[in-house]
Design a protein around this ligand. Structure first.
Ligand code: GDG
Length: 463
């Protein structure tokens, strides 16, 4: 079996501690690394005055991590700049928030080159190399420029935008062209893959071939759909842990007789939090009899705090939740508990389990793992109801959820009414369909799907 080299912006630290705050992606990639042997390479999260390319290595639990420090300017231009002020909003269809700065593009190129220069000596000829996400799209090309012949894969965790939006990026042509340096590229859904294919055909004069291949400028790449899942077995077990049960009881005791509606999202404009609050407000307006019988717990740990739009959305949500609470709260009832902190995973599992309804209503999302975690945390005999945005990648697999248009306050309000009133039989029926999918297509299935495709690719001939 070939060794695996995973490259992503940040690296997860291997840990034997099951309660460690590791997301499903980290768990899956670490287990693939354990199985194949190999290295996880990325930015350390630390800054250095002058970039040296010095590699910090850790070995632990069968996995080697290798990280580098970046300069302050790199972080401003590459991470906070091109990745999170240019590509992230653009890929989430928010051209109004997209910033086009030459310095950002320069920093993006520089850091991708720095990654290529430093990781190259760590890679052995037969290794599989798997690059992750929008931070590192051109990395494959940079590695090929330096003579790498390995099988190279790329996975995009965000949506791929329609060509009409993508062409607003000044260097869209180079960006897409650079993807042809890979052997396999993966997207979460048919929709994102379809947008990519259309760009190749319409904008590059490329063509589609058999076996998911896409050809342009004399290069062929396999472009596949590989929807990510969660570590379902682990999450189901976590839900039954003492810490999760205790948290569930704590939730019940803090709100006797009231139904919990939960939202869990990184504080990000793509997650539709503003629209969600407005939908919930509409529900309170339309349903005076239900006031006092429900409450919304929105967990929203801040992210990307150096980026202006994130500071703005935070201020906006502070004001909006305050206004809604001011208008509807009673002496013994607060309609929205809005919390800007994260909780350990077992507590999160307990909160999901206590919730009658989950509101997962992003305006645009590559996949959305919260939807899957919520399903995995339910009591099979009395499950809650998932309200899911049709614009999340997860909607393609989770059609048994109550699907909504997250922009419509009326639709959100109606969906909450439907969910709260849904008879147990129907809840069980929908949940069973959902959990079957979440169990079958878990994160290990995803990892194997992608790596099998990559193993099938051929090592390149010497140039
Ligand atoms: C990107 C794509 C795609 C959240 N709050 C807490 C907490 N979380 C965890 C959730 C979940 C993860 O963070 C969020 O994952 P999502 O998938 O919802 O969203 P992104 O962070 O935007 O991820 C997305 C994903 O990549 C994978 O490809 O699905 O579309 O945007 O696991 O549970 N975890 C803990 N405490 C919290 O308070 N422990």
């Amino acid at each position: 079996m070939s060794r695996l080299v995973v490259i992503s912006n940040r690296v997860a630290v291997p840990s034997k501690d099951a309660s460690a705050n590791q997301g499903g992606l980290a768990v899956a990639l670490l287990s693939a690394l354990r199985e194949h042997g190999g290295i996880w390479f990325g930015w350390s999260g630390e800054t250095t005055e002058h970039f040296t390319g010095e590699i910090h290595r850790t070995e632990g639990d069968g996995v080697t991590t290798a990280t580098i420090d970046l300069e302050e300017q790199d972080i401003d231009e590459y991470y906070n700049g091109y990745a999170n002020r240019t590509l992230w909003p653009l890929f989430h269809y928010r051209i109004d928030l997209t910033e086009f700065e030459r310095d950002f593009a320069g920093g993006y190129k520089r850091v991708n080159e720095r990654f290529a220069d430093t990781v190259l000596p760590l890679v052995e000829p037969d290794d599989l190399v798997w690059v992750h996400d929008y931070h590192l799209i051109p990395l494959g090309q940079k590695l090929r420029d330096r003579g790498m012949r390995n099988r190279l894969g790329f996975f995009l965790h965000t949506p791929w935008p329609p060509s009409r939006l993508l062409v607003s990026l000044p260097s869209h042509a180079q960006l897409v062209e650079s993807l042809f340096a890979y052997d396999v590229i993966g997207f979460h859904t048919e929709d994102w893959l379809d947008s990519f294919r259309r760009y190749v055909v319409d904008m590059m004069g490329g063509s589609l071939g058999p076996n998911d291949t896409v050809t342009a400028n004399g290069r062929t790449v396999r472009a596949i759909v590989a929807p990510i899942g969660i570590d379902t077995a682990e999450f189901e077990a976590t839900t039954l842990s003492d810490e999760a049960r205790f948290t569930k009881e704590r939730m019940y005791m803090s709100s006797t007789g009231r139904s919990l509606i939960v939202g869990v999202d990184r504080l990000d404009y793509s997650k539709g939090l503003r629209e969600r609050f407005l939908g919930y407000e509409r529900f309170l307006q339309n349903q005076p009899d239900r006031r006092g019988l429900v409450y919304l717990l929105q967990i929203a740990p801040p992210s990307r705090e150096k980026v202006n739009t994130y500071q703005e959305i935070r201020a906006d949500l502070d004001a909006l939740s305050g206004r809604i609470n001011g208008e509807f709260a009673d002496m013994d009832w607060t309609p929205i508990r809005y919390v800007n902190q994260g909780y350990p995973r077992p507590q999160l599992a307990g909160i999901y389990r206590a919730a009658r309804v989950a509101l997962v209503t992003p305006l645009r999302d590559g996949m959305n793992l919260v939807a899957k975690e919520y399903v995995a945390a339910q009591d099979p005999a009395d499950p809650g109801v998932l309200i899911l945005s049709s614009f999340a990648g997860a909607a393609a697999q989770m059609k048994a959820a109550v699907l909504v248009n997250p922009y419509s306050a009326e639709e959100l309000a109606d969906a909450i009414v439907t969910a709260l009133a849904m008879p147990r039989e129907e809840r069980v029926r929908r949940w069973q369909t959902l959990i079957d999918g979440v169990r079958r297509e878990d994160v290990f299935w995803w990892c194997a799907l992608f790596l099998d495709a990559l193993e099938d690719a051929r090592v390149r001939e010497p140039a």
